[in-house]
Design a protein around this ligand. Structure first.
Ligand code: ARG
Length: 577
């Protein structure tokens, strides 16, 4: 593996830290944010360091004097033309254009665009999507699939050894009720047309009945016990439910470009549940309470967790404990990341606390997201409150098709169809990924499909336009290779664009570590906006020889960065729209 240079931002930060150690050898600055940050306004240089304010009391000096002591009398670090102490004690860095251009050419020469692989040697299990059998995927599973898959892609790109696991809900107490519903209320024709919808319907009818009819409920319980004891008829039905559900889920995954390394549903762990209880007993963590088996979590400030119900059945937490035990045994990961909606926060806190009590060292992380709101008018036909992902995707693609037809009427229909699929699916994914996952967002078609705002179609159009500049260059200057000319930076907007380009790796590291794909989305949006300003304000193909080539090189680098970034969000970038 090639050893990559640290990013510009990291090198400047390290330089400042080195200065601090040299000038104030005894100072403790562990808790101070030392990062050199890119500036929003070129008036303050290209990068800025503002820790002097925080360090001043420790040094017993004014912030400006701290900054002066650190950088006043030394030559600037490599790549920096000059340093300036501004205002109360900011240190502003002005990059040297030639070094910045070199930086870009290094990025350009690397197929990974200079992005480091800090994840090398670390294994992560990513548990996402995980819908429940015999129920349609709801909006929570959509978000888990889209966000989980982006995190999966980001981690892989950063060099982590990722094991993506779809932890299907295929062994719950719902199966007794479904079996009763299936035997008494099934509409065969409906099952053939829309299997999961029909399974969900018979479940609902049977569930309603169980609430009023004690005898019905008892029978459902008896069917569940039979299934759990391995009754062949019930097992065959259960397998059929799984087969039908998986068929439907897989269709959606294929369309979304999502795939898993393993798909072990809850049922995969069913023979290990009794072992979890024995282990808890062995460690003195298990207590009986009102006939149920519980683990008390008072010390953690959490409500007790029921691991064994009074009827002897196990529950969600027990299965998750069995899953951790098995994953550690088999894969020995450094981390396990679970992606679900916010309603499961307590479950994961309890279950992580029990795993810690059991002495598991693996880092368990719950990445939760808020539920996305879909206004009533999202669909042309009312669907009830279950939002079906397939319907959402179909609607997105059909709206995208109209856009593509309007924009490129001369494109062959087959291509229009491919582009519509890429734009429609991209729009739905991006609407999800571009938001802070933990805030409440409302999905609207206007925003998701907007050509002006922060949306997938906007970025896809930007990419296609940039790609077309490259093509025009080759048409107008046949036989010439823009790579034969160096990158030379002159215009301010050109410099801003370049600095942003060099930040790609830093942004990916931050987005991955924080499990926040929206940081990457924001970056891509900024990049395409600065690119637009660049494209509109300086001549490209009409520029003089050499300058033209330098600009095409930048343009090509922006295109590659956008394409790579979008791919990490699971969004494709057609060359023409
Ligand atoms: N099947 C669950 C649900 O739909 C999500 C499972 C999440 N993963 C886990 N290991 N608990 O709510």
């Amino acid at each position: 593996m090639k050893n990559k240079r640290l990013s510009l931002q990291q090198r400047l930060t390290d330089w400042m830290t080195g200065r601090l150690r040299a000038v104030f050898p005894d100072m403790d600055f562990a808790s101070v944010e030392m990062q050199v940050q890119p500036t929003a306004n070129p008036q303050f240089g290209d990068f800025q360091w503002n820790a002097a304010m925080k360090l001043a009391p420790r040094a017993g000096k004014k912030p400006r004097d701290v900054a002066g002591a650190l950088v006043g009398s030394v030559p600037p670090p490599e790549g920096v033309a000059r340093l300036e102490i501004a205002g109360p004690g900011f240190v502003n860095f002005y990059l040297d254009d030639a070094s910045l251009a070199r930086e870009l050419m290094e990025m350009e020469a690397d197929e990974r665009l200079g992005v480091p692989e800090p994840g090398r040697g670390h294994r992560v299990v990513m548990d996402y999507s995980s819908p429940n059998v015999a129920k349609p995927m709801h909006i929570g599973h959509i978000r888990s699939t889209v966000i989980g898959n982006a995190l999966d892609r980001l981690h892989r790109f950063m060099g982590y050894d990722v094991i993506a696991d779809n932890h299907l809900g295929d062994w719950g107490t719902q199966f007794g009720i479904i079996i009763m519903g299936y035997r008494h209320f099934l509409d065969r024709e409906a099952l053939a047309n829309a299997p999961v919808e029909e399974l969900e319907r018979v479940y609902r009818v049977s569930y309603e009945r169980s609430k009023e009819d004690e005898e019905w409920l008892n029978q459902a319980r008896a069917e569940l016990v039979k299934l759990q004891a391995g009754d062949p008829d019930n097992l065959a039905l259960w397998e059929e439910f799984i087969r039908l559900s998986k068929q439907e889920f897989d269709r959606t995954y294929k369309r979304l470009g999502v795939s898993f390394d393993i798909e072990r549903g809850e049922s995969w762990y069913r023979d290990r549940l009794a072992g979890v209880i024995s282990l808890l007993k062995e460690r003195g963590l298990y207590e009986e309470s009102e006939g149920a088996g519980v683990v008390k979590l008072d010390a953690e400030g959490l409500p007790l967790s029921i691991v064994r119900k009074s009827d002897g059945g196990y529950n969600y937490t027990t299965t998750d404990l069995a899953t951790v035990i098995s994953r550690v045994e088999e894969f020995n990961p450094d981390r396990i990341v679970y992606v679900t909606d916010e309603r499961q926060q307590l479950h994961f806190r309890q279950f992580f606390a029990i795993a810690a009590k059991l002495g598991f060292k693996v880092k368990l992380e719950h990445v939760w997201f808020g539920l996305m709101r879909l206004p009533d008018a999202t669909f042309s036909t009312r669907e009830g409150n279950v939002i079906k992902l397939e319907r959402l995707l179909d609607e997105a693609v059909s709206r995208a098709r109209e856009m593509v037809r309007a924009a490129s009427p001369d494109m062959p229909e087959e291509n229009q169809e491919l582009v519509a699929e890429a734009v429609g699916i991209g729009a739905v994914k991006y609407a999800d990924l571009s938001q802070n996952p933990q805030s409440l967002v409302t999905f609207t078609w206007e925003k998701a499909l907007s050509l002006e705002g922060n949306s997938a179609p906007y970025l896809q159009y930007a990419y296609a336009r940039i790609a077309s500049v490259r093509d025009k260059y080759h048409e107008q200057f046949p036989g010439r290779n823009f790579l034969d000319y160096p990158i030379v930076l002159g215009e301010e907007v050109e410099r801003r664009l370049s600095i942003l380009l060099t930040r790609f790796g830093d942004v990916l590291v931050t987005a991955t570590n924080a499990c926040r794909p929206n940081y990457l989305a924001d970056y891509l949006y900024d990049l395409s906006q600065i690119y637009s300003a660049f494209y509109q304000n300086v001549p490209f193909l009409k520029a003089q020889d050499g300058v033209r080539e330098s600009r095409i090189r930048l343009c090509d680098l922006v295109a590659r960065t956008l394409r790579t970034g979008l791919a990490l969000l699971g969004i494709s970038s057609p060359d023409r729209i």
